[in-house]
Ligand binder design. Structure first.
Ligand SMILES: [Zn+2]
Length: 192
């Protein structure tokens, strides 16, 4: 059903225009997405959510799409050259990405082991690691396309760990050094 001022009638509110209904109309009706927390968190850098949204919407210009549009000669993954480069392949199935994710999973489970369960900080850190991994994989894929060289997964993992540690420390700067949250940061730092 159309909304707004249609056929001399304000269809969103039978009583006519109000600031509230006008605001609702301006906002539009957007589908509620379950994964928005994965791509939006106050702990992220502003550049992170953009890549997160594009990955979730499968909107990056990857070879699979470019090949179909006759823009790129090959549809194979820039990094492994074994499978077509789709969003699912590049960020979850590629051997290279899987190695990076496994190393980071190991790191997180040993760093968070023994820390207080259910602490919101743990969720923030897990989301931060995921979005930073996506962003770093995307950057690595682009530099690999230009330079034809890909760094070792361990090197990428170190960059991600260092960034996450720096960001966590920044976000926890108001915490007492003896707090549960602060102890998580110390464990992250000491397990790199
Ligand atoms: Zn691949």
């Amino acid at each position: 059903m159309a909304m707004g001022y249609v056929g001399d009638q304000w269809t969103l509110d039978v009583k006519g225009y109000t600031v509230k209904t006008g605001y609702q109309l301006l906002q539009g009706q957007h589908p509620h997405v379950q994964w928005y927390k994965e791509v939006w968190d106050s702990w992220f850098l502003p550049k992170h959510p953009i890549i997160g949204w594009m990955i979730k919407q499968e909107a990056l210009n990857l070879r699979d799409k470019l090949h179909r549009l006759n823009i790129c000669g090959s549809n194979m993954c820039v990094i492994c050259e074994k499978e077509p480069e789709t969003h699912q392949h590049l960020f979850t199935q590629c051997e290279y990405s899987r190695t990076v994710v496994l190393l980071l999973d190991d790191w997180l489970s040993s760093a968070l082991n023994g820390t207080v369960q259910g602490l919101p900080t743990r969720k923030n850190i897990c989301r931060l690691v995921q979005i930073t991994t996506w962003y770093t994989l995307w950057k690595e894929r682009n530099s690999c396309r230009l330079d034809l060289v890909v760094r070792r997964p361990e090197s990428l993992v170190k960059d991600i760990q260092r960034f996450v540690c720096m960001r966590v420390k920044m976000m926890l700067q108001e915490q007492w050094p003896a707090s549960n949250e602060y102890s998580i940061w110390l464990r992250l730092r000491d397990t790199i």
